[in-house]
Design a protein. Structure first.
Length: 114
């Protein structure tokens, strides 16, 4: 069992930046990690992912603005979010996957508003 704890969310103005962190309770070296988000009334969607060897992928809507990274020594995954837009407002969830095992964090709220 892996517990994931997100932090770093908050209220930011359009054009601003936030960095989300996700700390795992166990070694994440062999896990693919990702960030998802869910806006009110919408389905949860993938935002960014990073494999255990460091290959990244992004949703088209965040390419060039968001960067996912990982620090295996700290069992932590980050999501740097720049040039934030009101459409980025959502609860952001951390996700860990290894084979058939999948784990979710409790989520952190990101609100982009002036």
């Amino acid at each position: 069992q892996v517990q994931l704890v997100e932090s770093g969310g908050g209220l930011v103005q359009p054009g601003g930046s936030l960095r989300l962190s996700c700390v795992a309770s166990a070694n994440i070296n062999i896990y693919s990690m990702g960030w998802y988000r869910q806006a009110p009334g919408k389905q949860r969607e993938s935002v960014a992912g990073i494999t255990f060897v460091g290959v990244t992928n992004y949703a088209d809507s965040v390419k060039g603005r968001f960067t996912i990274s990982r620090d295996n020594a700290k069992n932590t995954v980050y999501l740097q979010m720049n040039s934030l837009k009101p459409d980025d407002t959502a609860v952001y969830y951390c996700h860990a996957r290894q084979s058939l095992y999948r784990y979710w964090g409790q989520g952190t709220q990101v609100t982009v508003s002036s």
